[in-house]
Design a protein around this ligand. Structure first.
Ligand code: FAD
Length: 433
């Protein structure tokens, strides 16, 4: 006989883990079905000779929904803010100071006086939250800006959102993300895998089953329950299902939802090419951070702020934000190697390991101006009992903050749905719903 759960969560990345923790802690019988050998998805960390490779550069927004969710669950983590004392913006190959605060605007070369005034006014507006731009693209918003101010703003949007699509991204969402970043970010000691491990342990100790190497291959609704076909395992049945996977896989499993099918047609992912390099030493210890303005590139020595490399060694991150229609390929890596040459000349002689991730999806759907920044909803009205969670779902936040917001909402929606069909639920569920 098939094993039965109140909720089956497909996908054991951050979205699935967060939803499972919320549900299991309320007494809901939940199972995570994860295709991979381990949980974590894009938040995994690979350990190689004492180096910790995240899936590309990851920073935790201190004022974000994800951080709040971790604190609420009692998840422990540690880390530090990026070392940006000596940070630079790149204009061609020229290095200029990075704007770290209002004081630094005075020496914000290569901008002239009028441009600095425009940047200062813009930053004041962002700090105050004095803008109402939903439905406008970043390009719409910046069309009358001086060219170098526009370039600087686009660079700040890229570094905070990972999105290189000024014609498509919703300006309200973009500026909100810069505003969020003013609350600070940290790089995590031991990498984001430490969060994955803690969330997996919490889900399990709270009563959820976590099944890895369990790819869900089919999802059907039959005789008042969901039936999940799982590769090489027995079928699972559940009253409700949360799909915490990528949109294409969702469409394969839940193609009968017209809402989902329609949304998929207009999705715009944010993609990057990453080069992470482990070094036996850092050739230029003071040069830790650079952000391209005329080129969509990023450089940061994450091990300077967080425990990601053995003592005396270093782990550096270089990244290119891929634009619309830009093909991911080996050329991206060459560009990134040139960037590292500029920031850390001599690195090639001290390279120990590297990780290349070309064409990585950071967010499956960006908040688009044409949709007023909204993405597919958590609750699919045309498919009762089926819910979505991930960085492409819901109207709140971006990146792992969108993940946390949608996962929390999905867990709550599950409770309400289960309450409606009056299953044998613990009293705590009634409180949640
Ligand atoms: C390069 C890069 C940099 C990033 N930087 C940041 C950052 O600085 N700050 C930030 O907040 N966020 C950042 N992010 C985003 C963050 O990592 C993701 O938003 C988050 O990890 C997504 O979690 P998820 O659970 O929604 O999806 P995923 O992590 O993709 O998890 C989905 C899981 O579902 C599993 N799966 C798929 N199909 C099936 C199936 N049929 N059956 C069972 N399991 C299945 C997959 O194996 C996977 O484990 C970054 C991402 C990348 C790639």
């Amino acid at each position: 006989m098939a094993r039965h759960y109140h909720t089956a969560i497909v996908g054991g990345g951050l979205a699935g883990l967060l939803a499972a923790c919320d549900l299991a802690r309320s007494g809901i019988r939940a199972v995570i079905l994860e295709a991979g050998k381990e949980t974590g998805g894009r938040a995994r960390t690979k350990k190689v000779d004492g180096f910790r490779f995240n899936q590309g550069p990851h920073a935790l927004y201190l004022k974000g929904t994800f951080r709040a969710a971790l604190d609420n669950l009692g998840i422990q983590y540690s880390g530090s803010k990026p070392a940006i004392d000596n940070a630079v913006t790149l204009w061609g190959k020229q290095k200029h100071p990075f704007p770290t605060g209002f004081g630094s605007l005075l020496r914000l070369t290569p901008l002239g006086l009028l441009e600095r005034v425009q940047v200062a006014k813009l930053l004041m507006r962002i700090v105050r939250g004095d803008y109402s731009l939903a439905g406008q693209s970043l390009d719409d918003f910046t069309q009358y800006f001086r060219p170098r101010v526009k370039m600087l703003l686009e660079a700040l949007v890229r570094v905070t959102t990972y999105v290189n699509a000024p014609a498509e991204i919703d300006a309200q969402a973009a500026l909100n993300q810069i505003r969020l970043s003013l609350g600070g970010v940290i790089y995590l000691n031991d990498g984001w895998g430490s969060l994955v491990a803690a969330l997996t342990t919490l889900a399990t100790t709270s009563g959820a089953d976590v099944m890895t190497e369990s790819r869900v291959t089919g999802l059907t609704w039959e005789s008042a329950g969901w039936h999940l076909g799982v590769a090489d395992r027995e079928e699972i049945t559940a009253d409700t299902v949360i799909l915490a996977i990528d949109p294409a896989e969702c469409a394969r499993l839940a193609g009968r939802s017209a809402i989902l099918r329609d949304t998929l047609r207009s999705m715009k992912p944010a993609k990057v090419a990453c080069l992470d390099i482990a070094l036996s030493e850092l050739p230029r210890p003071a040069d830790n951070f650079a952000l391209g303005t005329d080129e969509p590139i990023y450089f940061s020595v994450h091990s300077k702020a967080a425990r990601l490399a053995p003592e005396g060694n270093a782990l550096i991150q270089a990244m290119r934000y891929l634009g619309r229609n830009e093909k991911a390929g080996p050329g991206n890596i060459e560009t990134l190697e040139n960037l590292v040459d500029l920031m850390q000349p001599g690195w090639r002689a001290v390279e120990i390991h590297r990780q290349q991730l070309v064409g990585m999806t950071v967010m499956h759907d960006i908040p688009q101006a044409r949709n007023g920044g909204r993405r597919v909803p958590v609750i699919l009205d045309d498919t009762p009992g089926l819910f979505l969670a991930g960085d492409w779902v819901g109207g709140q936040g971006m990146l792992s903050d969108a993940v946390a917001a949608s996962a929390k909402f999905a867990a709550k929606a599950v409770c309400m749905h289960l309450g409606g069909i009056e299953k044998d639920l613990p009293a705590s569920v009634a409180r949640l719903s």
